[in-house]
Design a protein around this ligand. Sequence first.
Ligand code: NAD
Length: 256
Amino acid sequence: TLKGKTAIVTGSNSGIGLGVARELARAGADIVLNSFTDRDEDHALAERISAEFGVGARYIKADLSRGDEARALVETAGRCDILMNNAGIQHVAPIESFPAGKWDAIIAIMLSSAFHTMAVAVPMMREAGWGRIINLASAHGLRASPYKSAYVAAKHGVVGLTKVAALETAEDPITANTICPGYVMTPLVEDQIPDTMEQYGMDRETAIREVILARQPSKEFATVEQIGGVATFLCSDAAAQITGTSISVDGGWTAR
Ligand code: NAD
């Protein structure tokens, strides 16, 4: 059980982050939800988790495109036993027309924010005598696809950064790992379907099977609950010697 542990999950008012937060709450952890908005519905998500699982839960706004806000998120939480860097965005364009601002935003939100949150969280974990860093990378942290330069670069960066964190904490009771999902059905993927349909001139079903899940041999999306289950496992005693590695949840994608 994760009772008494505090889990900060970045980018968790939606998709995988919210799914992971719910599974960690189910296992007993107190939860800090985060995104860059500050709406009633964001805070309501925390209230619902608290009521459903009987844990502490709150929502802290931080725009992770800014390093100071990423650091302030962990400082404001005040405690961080489990850190999941999950916030992410996507933009698809060839390198020659890839907007420079999108490049900067993707690298900042998905890679630099993990550096900033870890910089504050690792001393807290050492102080508490226990810690789990789980960075949500992607099959695109291990493989590339055309037109996703910033995303692939950021995710490969996250995989490398996590290995460094694992080595620097190797003699502490702290582990650092990445989860590398293939395709998980979330709003981020949903948003890519219309573009894919247009680009390839396909209907929705065909675009999903032939293009989006083309490299996912199972031809099935993973679920956010499954990603949450892997995160919960990484927080268990059984996983105490798993550090500096990545766990693929990709229906066989990276087996090729
Ligand atoms: P999503 O769009 O549902 O969630 C992304 C989250 O990040 C949201 O909560 C969003 O508000 C937050 N976010 C975006 N910009 C932010 C910012 N500037 N500051 C703070 N929060 C911000 O998408 P998702 O699919 O759940 O993606 C979550 C993570 O999983 C991402 O890192 C993504 O790259 C990764 N991933 C997703 C898939 C997939 O198939 N869905 C596969 C592999 C990896």
